[in-house]
Design a protein around this ligand. Structure first.
Ligand code: NAG
Ligand code: NAG
Ligand code: NAG
Ligand code: NAG
Ligand code: ZN
Length: 670
């Protein structure tokens, strides 16, 4: 197999992270010249856990205990997972499809369900009834993982032997079970999906603690006072299909917990689904107004997680962890079912408007503007973030992804405007946890954010209102964003050498997706509204992630290339021809970009072209890696937090997989 040029998400933290809270803006100035090394705080947490895992595997191997502890070969033989050269394939998050079909069952009698305090308040029938109480017991979120179902090996939907028949979801009522072998979503377990103790140990001892460490680093909640007791009147008390929550959660409850996550490792009805997570217990007030999630289910598809056991690999590990963080973030509240239940953190009350909304947008096309219905998030910290990030003071929202369900508010950011972030619906190797998603979590009113852990969003940074409005050759003229035909280029965020892929489709694109005179021509990525941009495609032309140190093997010595977390892609010309190179960069104290070309550090002022040994570097004009500022989100101590103790849920579990938009097939690359 050819080498994979893609990196882990890991190495992608371009700039440093600034330690600053909203109340301490002054600190920004003091820290704003930063270099790469302090930028990987989340990665450090992940790496620490990876190293523990790798050491543990080594010890077990040398003591001969590996087989029994981790090796899954006893039940599997070889593991044949279709990773793309050792990395996760891009995948479509199924969260929205699954949520679409979950009917929230409102308890018959709220009075019995809500803690007394709520009941008294809710009874008043005024809009300000849900006023939060200030200065509660705020602290880092305590996530408790319940893995008993995992280890019991009695999950009716888990695979314990090859050839065993299991049911997907709710047994096929409305689901497109294209993977199933028999009607009603009956599926035959394959060898590489068998749950083993080794897989259970990996999930329980490594994956889950890492997810917990990362969230407790940047998320705080108003902690549950005393035991977390779930009060659920839903008859089956299920968290996911066939996952019955043990009775003691509804009786005595559990101590030191702000949210409990029930873990399973079942095959999923979409082969590309690596993990899924759903909130399954949260207070339900009148008018379908919900409180913060207190319980969630997370499923890890064994098919994807087993390769990690056979081949511990740090990059792959980081990708998996970030997929887990993505899914868990849905469960914490980044889900369309929760938007209308968000509480304004600065008042502690309901927003006076719907936090997510649909509106008529105007898409620029070669034949003039076209009206299109879009949806977006318009809460204060999100709006503040987008105005500063894109340098466009008139922005009213951040867009939500429309691919896969037009006009409906989904649970992912729009790929065209957000590009590279961990809450996109299509996961790729570089997916930072940025201030945008943290702003949304803050705007739920349920969480306080420690901004120390913000990873920079580089996509679209400071490119202005017209860039945000839509892609045209002019508005998207910055490096990496637009080309009329297939073209090699640094990617927009310069994490890699990529290619702008422009396709000719077999029919006209929808009017709002036309960016060329010829209506059949469009960019390769429908999630990005067919806007052409440069991305890194494995095994394609010279594509490679600069941030993946494993690529050092292909570094060109003649131009002094370097691959690693502090490398970025730059265009250059030499001997009359133009190309891209991965070079190490650093930032000076006065925020100037410097690049190490061969063994010379050159200062790269925007638009200049310093020359080293006949290599003329084209210094980027719109690349703000050296003056990244954390966009403040009110942090700890400046939030009113809800004081709900755990309350009820309702989860019904009718899964109907929406049929995805039928996509155009493509036939030529132009
Ligand atoms: C079910 O999904 C498969 C694969 O995505 C697709 O080819 C098929 O047309 C779908 N069937 C229906 C009835 O939607
Ligand atoms: C935020 O996290 C940093 C790094 O762990 C820590 O030093 C700081 O005290 C935290 N801030 C607050 C307000 O807890
Ligand atoms: C659009 O482009 C396709 C593919 O290059 C070509 O076959 C077709 O004739 C073009 N249509 C027009 C109207 O130019
Ligand atoms: C909290 O932040 C808001 C801005 O988001 C600010 O107006 C307010 O003064 C802050 N509260 C405190 C106590 O500083
Ligand atoms: Zn998702």
């Amino acid at each position: 197999m050819k080498r994979y040029s893609s990196s882990s998400s890991s190495n992608s933290r371009p700039v440093s992270v600034l330690c600053v809270l909203a109340l301490l803006l002054a600190i920004v100035a003091a820290h704003s010249h930063v270099t790469d090394q302090s930028s990987e705080i989340i990665d450090h947490i992940i790496s620490k856990n990876y190293l523990k895992f790798a050491r543990h595997v080594d010890e077990l191997k040398s003591s001969g205990e590996f087989e029994q502890m981790f090796d899954s070969s006893s039940s599997d033989g070889s593991i044949d997972v279709q990773l793309v050269d050792g990395h996760l394939p891009g995948y479509d998050c199924q969260h929205d499809n699954i949520m679409q079909t979950r009917k929230i069952v409102k308890p018959k009698d709220n009075k019995d369900m809500l803690p007394r305090k709520h009941y008294d308040r809710l009874n008043k029938q005024h809009d300000d009834e849900l006023v939060q109480e200030t200065n509660a017991n705020v602290g880092p979120i305590r996530i408790n993982f319940d893995t008993t179902f995992l280890h019991s090996k009695k999950d009716p939907m888990g695979c314990y032997s090859t050839g065993q028949k299991v049911t997907f979801g709710n047994g096929g009522r409305g689901i497109n079970c294209s993977l199933a072998s028999e009607p009603n979503c009956i599926y035959t377990c394959q060898a590489n999906e068998i749950f083993t103790d080794a897989l259970g140990n990996l999930i329980e001892q490594v994956i889950l603690p890492t997810i917990r460490d990362v969230f407790s680093a940047f998320l705080s909640v108003n902690r549950v006072d005393g035991n977390l007791v779930l009060t659920d009147t839903y008859a089956d008390r299920e968290c996911d299909n066939n996952y019955r929550i043990p009775d003691y959660y509804f009786e005595k409850g559990i101590a030191n917990t702000d949210i409990v996550m029930f873990i399973t490792a079942r095959p999923t009805f979409s082969s590309a689904t690596i993990a899924t997570a759903l909130a399954c217990s949260f207070p339900i007030y009148n008018n379908n107004f919900f409180g913060r999630p207190y319980a969630a289910g997370i499923n890890f598809n064994p098919y994807y997680f087993k390769p990690l056991l056979n081949n511990p690999n740090q990059f792959l590990f980081k990708e998996y962890i970030r997929v887990g963080l993505h899914e868990a973030t849905h469960a914490l509240g980044f889900s369309r079912i929760f938007y209308d239940s968000f509480l304004n953190p600065s008042t502690g009350q309901k927003y006076g408007y719907s936090p997510s909304y649909s509106f008529t947008d105007s898409a620029p096309t070669p034949s003039g503007p076209v009206s299109v219905t879009r949806s977006g998030i318009r809460t204060p910290n999100v709006v503040n973030f987008v105005r500063e990030h894109y340098d466009c003071a008139s922005l009213q929202h951040q867009l939500l992804e429309d691919a896969g369900g037009q006009g409906t508010a989904g649970s992912h950011w729009e790929k065209r405007t957000v590009g590279e972030e961990y809450m996109l619906g299509y996961v790729q190797p570089v997916f930072p946890i940025t201030g945008l998603t943290l702003a949304l979590l803050a705007d739920s009113g349920w969480y306080a954010i420690n901004n120390t852990y913000v990873e920079p969003l580089m996509w679209g940074r400071k490119l202005g209102c017209s860039w945000f409005a839509g892609c045209t050759a002019t508005s998207w003229s910055a490096t990496g964003y637009f080309a009329n035909s297939i073209k090699d280029s640094c990617t927009p965020t310069r994490v890699g050498k990529g290619t702008v892929r422009v396709y000719s489709y077999d029919k006209d694109l929808a009017p709002e997706y036309r960016h060329f005179d010829n209506a059949t021509i469009g960019g390769a990525d429908y999630a990005a509204d067919y806007c052409p941009y440069s991305d890194v495609t494995p095994n394609f032309r010279q594509n490679a992630y600069c941030v993946d140190e494993a690529n050092q093997r292909i570094a060109s010595k003649s131009i002094g290339e370097y691959y690693g977390s502090d490398s970025r892609c730059f265009e250059y010309t030499s001997l009359g021809s133009s190309s891209q190179a991965c070079w190490k960069y650093q930032c000076t104290a006065d925020k100037k970009l410097q690049i190490l070309v061969k063994s010379t550090w050159v200062t790269c002022l925007p638009g200049s072209s310093p020359t080293v040994d006949g290599i003329a570097v084209q210094c980027p004009k719109n690349f703000y890696i050296c003056d990244f500022n954390v966009i403040p989100i009110p942090g700890l101590g400046n939030l009113t937090m809800p004081v709900d103790s755990a309350s009820s849920v309702s989860s019904s579990a009718t899964l109907i997989l929406l049929s995805l938009l039928s996509l155009f097939s493509l036939f030529i690359l132009i």
